[in-house]
Design a protein around this ligand. Structure first.
Ligand SMILES: C[S@@+](CC[C@H](N)C(=O)[O-])C[C@H]1O[C@@H](n2cnc3c(N)ncnc32)[C@H](O)[C@@H]1O
Length: 334
């Protein structure tokens, strides 16, 4: 048995070069339904772990077909084409066995098993547009892309000179096959706002300079990234056990508040990992049909906890409503 979320795709704006609408009607199969109806994951949560980038990152991009997203003043963001990715799932390493399961069940979400990170969800585009309008600069910041999926939010901050960027996704397969690939894809550009490698520009010819900067960018950008899989509860333990414990100036998270059962772990993660002066961008729909969560329930939960203020940065005016909000510590909770 299957049923659908009905995502409104009409309100998306100036990112026409991306074919993102095709799979926006998301099917959740019977497994997900029974799991989410009870409000808890179907299978045991995943223990958090860190993933090191592969020793031969280029291999991940052999024959890669990718798309390019251009928003406002941002450098272009590249990401693997979802359709091609889906068609090649059987050739990919997948220790969690989620690729074949999602393909067979034609499911975008299997609660507690696969949390949807293999495609770019539309609120990611909303958040990118809001960040562009807000003029958010990431220079020198420590950033967390929480529930990153394809990782576009973290990649943007990386290209905009964040000091370090951590990518977290529930599924290790998502991180290893998609997020890391997308990061590497973007490290090859010579369009980052990164001028640390300008040395020698005058002494090399154009082609030599291109080769040198490409290599340098990978050497410069990839070491600024860390990748973590697992559920938020155990990710928080792992992050807090680092020396020094991880703290972030900016946390960005898109389409991660669909399941109310995850709110306590998500809120604790925000609370413990955000630096006192920091802020959290949350991009979300008002309501996730069939799963039950959404912004109104999340705001109620946050208000009850009394730790953060919530301010709306953007609310869509048509269709199923989408929002971008920002959370900051209340003065009295610091
Ligand atoms: C619907 S996907 C959104 C992916 C991406 N942010 C986007 O907008 O395209 C939800 C993401 O939230 C994360 N997530 C959801 N529940 C989680 C949990 N309980 N623990 C850890 N991560 C979770 C997963 O990593 C998943 O990629």
């Amino acid at each position: 048995m299957s049923f659908c979320f009905n995502f409104d795709v009409s309100a998306t704006t100036n990112t026409d070069d991306v074919q993102r609408n095709a799979s926006m009607t998301n099917k959740i199969d019977g497994v997900a339904k029974s799991a989410t109806e009870s409000g808890s994951p179907a299978e045991a949560v995943k223990e958090a772990k860190e993933h090191l980038p592969p020793s031969d990152p280029q291999r991940l991009l052999d024959d890669a077909i990718y798309e390019t997203l251009t928003i406002g003043t941002f450098p272009p963001l590249h990401f693997l084409n979802e359709t091609v990715f889906e068609k090649t799932v059987y050739e990919r390493e997948d220790t969690e066995n989620i690729l074949s399961r999602t393909a067979e069940q034609r499911s975008d979400l299997i609660s507690g098993v696969y949390e949807g990170g293999l495609k770019v969800w539309e609120c990611t585009y909303d958040l990118l547009e809001v960040i562009d309008r807000e003029g958010q600069t990431f220079g020198g910041k420590a950033v967390l892309d929480l529930g990153c999926g394809a990782g576009l939010l973290g990649i943007l901050s990386l290209k905009r000179r964040a000091r370090e960027v951590h990518f977290q996704d529930y599924n290790s397969t998502v991180l290893e096959q998609l997020t890391v690939s997308n990061v590497i894809l973007n490290c090859q550009d010579d369009d980052s706002d990164d001028d640390d490698d300008e040395d020698g520009k005058g002494t090399l010819d154009k082609e030599e300079f291109k080769t040198k900067t490409k290599q340098n960018r990978k050497d410069l950008l990839l070491p600024r990234c860390r990748f973590f899989s697992g559920d938020w509860r155990t990710f928080l333990v792992l992050a807090s056990s680092q020396d020094p414990p991880l703290k972030y100036d900016i946390i960005m998270t898109s389409e991660t508040i669909y399941n109310t059962a995850y709110y306590p772990a998500l809120h604790d993660t925000f609370h413990k990992l955000l630096a006192s002066h920091g802020h959290i961008y949350v991009a979300t729909k008002s309501h996730y049909f069939g799963v039950g969560g959404g912004l109104h329930l999340f705001e109620t939960f946050v208000a009850q906890r009394g730790v953060f203020t919530v301010n709306h940065l953007w609310d869509s005016e048509v269709g199923l409503q989408r929002h971008v909000v920002v959370l900051r510590f209340k003065k009295e909770s610091l």
